[in-house]
Design a protein around this ligand. Structure first.
Ligand code: FES
Length: 166
């Protein structure tokens, strides 16, 4: 299958060094400042822009590798802006044991993307999440923050088609 997607675009859609600097400065004095800074940058830019890594390292007096390590460790941080819709598909135990693994594999194959990827039309990003507290109705997901339960191929296909339209 032809890959429809670039997993990590080489450019970000929006970058404002001055604004990133303000965000970093505003949080740098906090205890455990790295995570608040990264969350605030992602809230602003839709991802943690690569260009911000040296700025964060300087502000926190740590190496770029350490900053990169934190970003890589936490699944919540994106390296590229998401699509118009974000599906967070649960990969934890209950969902796995109720067919979630195969369901996710089929969805990703149909979309031609991998975890964290965005469709070429930028309609949908699919990200992993680890238990949404919806285990009783697994497999489960969040679409743009709204819960989806008892997922199957048909539900996900409808969701993907609607994501392309809206
Ligand atoms: S394991 Fe998926 S919602 Fe709990």
């Amino acid at each position: 299958m032809t890959a429809l997607v670039s997993q990590i675009p080489s450019t970000i859609e929006r970058w404002d060094a001055a604004l990133a600097g303000e965000i970093i400065t505003a949080h740098a004095g906090m205890e455990g400042a790295a995570l608040p800074i990264l969350h605030a940058l992602q809230d602003e830019f839709g991802c943690v822009p690569k260009q911000s890594e040296p700025m964060i390292a300087d502000a926190l007096n740590v190496s770029r590798a350490e900053v990169h390590g934190v970003i890589s460790f936490y699944h919540d941080f994106r390296r590229a802006p998401p699509g118009h819709h974000v599906l967070k598909l649960c990969r934890a135990e209950s969902c796995q044991s109720n067919g979630g693994v195969e369901l996710a594999d089929r969805l990703l194959a149909r979309l031609g993307i991998d975890w964290g990827g965005t469709t070429a039309d930028r309609s949908l990003t699919v990200e992993p999440v680890y238990c949404l507290g919806l285990c009783a109705c697994s497999p489960a997901a969040l679409l743009d923050g709204e819960p989806m339960a008892r997922l199957n191929d048909a539900k996900l296909e409808t969701m993907a088609a609607e994501a392309r339209r809206t």
